[in-house]
Write a protein that binds this ligand. Structure first.
Ligand code: FAD
Ligand code: NAI
Length: 466
């Protein structure tokens, strides 16, 4: 029987990064993955295909709308959805093959099949042909990720009523699309289909969009999406959906009470969150506990069972690929007897819409709730030269700093390429920078990053360019 130092169940960003790090540290490592390709949700049906469609649809809209005309480029683009989907699939294939290459490079074995814990130090693998093998290992890392949360009364058929996976591969541009949930998936994929021509209505339970995002930033973001044509029905819940041959009939009720209404749409995207995936994992065989919502509670990635660790979407914390990656490195370093650590306050978030939204650290609401005295510096992109030249002046950069120490506590950016800009602040905050540290660092001109610097200047009231 094969003997391993680490067997990782799941080959997503948690699992594959854990495997690579384990390989680097000389541990005999295998990943059990049941999907036909590596990369998990992120590479196959998540981050990467969604970003491929966001990129393509953004360019299509720019070419089809007023923007190209303004720039002096006269074109009449024609949508080729089949090619748009193909280039998405080609990029995904290249990326998943890249993980196979990294496994070989780091001497990681990929064991194809569904993994199940079969007692202490044992993982049973059922291959696609039904054959079963048992592997022995010193450590098991659960990295089985998450799946879309269901909604009673709304049955996902991946035909008319789809989840994110279905929404990444619709066979046509819907005339009308109702998105249930104004979270990141709903707004990213809703944006894709709106740009390609769909009429998009977003139904959200709460009275705001993107819970967790700084409220002022979310308001600016919503205003921008509304201007683009996305319609919002906030404070509303979907209580039923009936799929017909070519449309869906939705029953929507105000959360505060009142009359229900019926909305018709060609397609419905259900995106109300994701839940941890631990089906058929044999957790009981070793006594790994889960909480009420199905997450595996951990202490420094250790589960309640000795020798069994868990990382990524299946444990608590933001359900993000880069968070899973951080978990992975720290967990493996702890297994290898090193010091693994993740600062969850410094896990950034990005919504890859247009404009993008990116943030790290605390929101104003969190600081108020914690009773922390803070100062705000804010700078609009309408005063940033690069944004002006590019005709992309929506949004702002906002820096929140401790009123006494000036330490940066949170940064919120809404505007194009906000996701690229936030990295600077992640580094600054990891080094416990004060807002003045950023304000006094020379930034390249003309770049959007200057808006980040001007916002930092604003904390001490000396913003110069607005
Ligand atoms: P997963 O990526 O879900 O991987 C788990 C793997 O385990 C899967 O491949 C599964 O097949 C396998 N598995 C499960 N059970 C077993 C078993 N018993 N045996 C063998 N294999 C098993 N995050 C970002 O940071 N940025 C983004 O832009 C972003 N965009 C997203 C867009 C969409 C549409 C979605 C759905 C998600 C997006 N995410 C994004 C979230 C990101 O995909 C997840 O946070 C990330 O994939 C979690 O990684 P993971 O390794 O924990 O789990
Ligand atoms: P989400 O948690 O971001 O948003 C779900 C939304 O649905 C919330 O606004 C919630 O209030 C609402 N909601 C819940 N129940 C509802 C109901 N019954 N009716 C109407 N609205 C309801 O979840 P989402 O968008 O499904 O994404 C899941 C996760 O995937 C995200 O939390 C994120 O971690 C990850 N993701 C990250 C991306 C990125 O980093 N760019 C992109 C896409 C997904």
């Amino acid at each position: 029987m094969a003997q391993y130092d680490v067997i990782i169940i799941g080959g997503g960003p948690g699992g594959y990064n854990a495997a690579i790090r384990a390989g680097q540290l000389g541990l005999k490592t295998a990943v059990v993955e049941k999907r036909v390709t590596l990369g998990g949700t992120c590479l196959n049906v998540g981050c990467m295909p969604s970003k491929a469609l966001l990129h393509a649809s953004e360019l299509y809209e720019a070419a089809a709308g007023a923007e190209f005309v303004t720039l002096g480029i006269d074109v009449k683009p024609k949508l080729n959805l089949v090619q748009m989907m193909k280039q998405k699939a080609d990029s995904v294939t290249a990326l998943t093959k890249g993980i196979e290459f990294l496994f070989k490079k780091n001497k990681v074995e990929w064991i194809k099949g569904a993994g199940k814990i079969a007692g202490a130090g044992k993982v049973e693998v059922t291959a696609e042909d039904g054959s079963v093998s048992v592997l022995e290992t010193k450590n098991i890392v659960i990295a089985t990720g998450s799946e879309p949360s269901p909604l009673p009364g709304v049955d996902v058929d991946q035909n008319r009523i789809v989840d994110s996976t279905g929404a990444l591969s619709l066979p046509e541009v819907p005339k009308s699309l109702v998105v249930i949930g104004a979270g990141i998936i709903g707004l990213e994929l809703g944006s894709v289909w709106r740009r390609l021509g769909a009429e998009v209505t977003v139904v959200e339970f709460l009275d705001r969009i993107t819970p967790g995002m700084d409220a002022e930033t979310a308001k600016t973001f919503q205003r921008s999406l509304t201007k683009q044509g996305v319609q919002f029905k906030l404070g509303s819940k979907v209580t039923g959906a009936k799929a017909g041959k070519s449309n869906v009939s939705l029953t929507v009720e105000p959360v505060a009470g009142g009359a229900a209404e019926t909305i018709e749409a060609e397609y419905v995207l259900l995106a109300i969150g994701r839940r941890p995936f631990t089906e058929n994992l044999g957790l009981d065989s070793v006594g790994v506990e889960t909480d009420k919502r199905g997450f595996i509670p951990t202490d420094h990635f250790k589960t309640s069972a000795p020798g069994v660790w868990a990382i990524g979407d299946v444990i608590l914390g933001p359900m993000l690929a880069h968070k899973a990656e951080e978990d992975a490195v720290a967990c493996i370093e702890l297994i290898a007897g090193k010091w693994g650590h993740v600062d969850y306050n410094l896990v950034p978030s990005v919504v890859y819409t247009s404009p993008e939204v990116a943030w790290v650290g605390k929101t104003e609401e969190q600081l108020k709730e914690a009773g922390v005295a803070y100062k705000v510096g804010k700078f609009p992109f309408s005063a940033n030269s690069r944004a002006k030249i590019n005709h992309e002046t929506e949004g702002f950069a906002k820096v929140l700093a401790d009123a006494k120490t000036d330490e940066i506590l949170g940064v919120h950016i809404v505007g194009p390429q906000a996701g690229e800009m936030i990295g600077e602040y992640c580094v600054a905050m990891a080094f416990k920078a004060a807002s003045e540290d950023i304000a006094r660092v020379c930034h390249p001109h003309p770049t959007r990053s200057e808006a980040g610097r001007q916002a930092a200047m604003g904390v001490e009231g000396w913003t110069m360019q607005a």
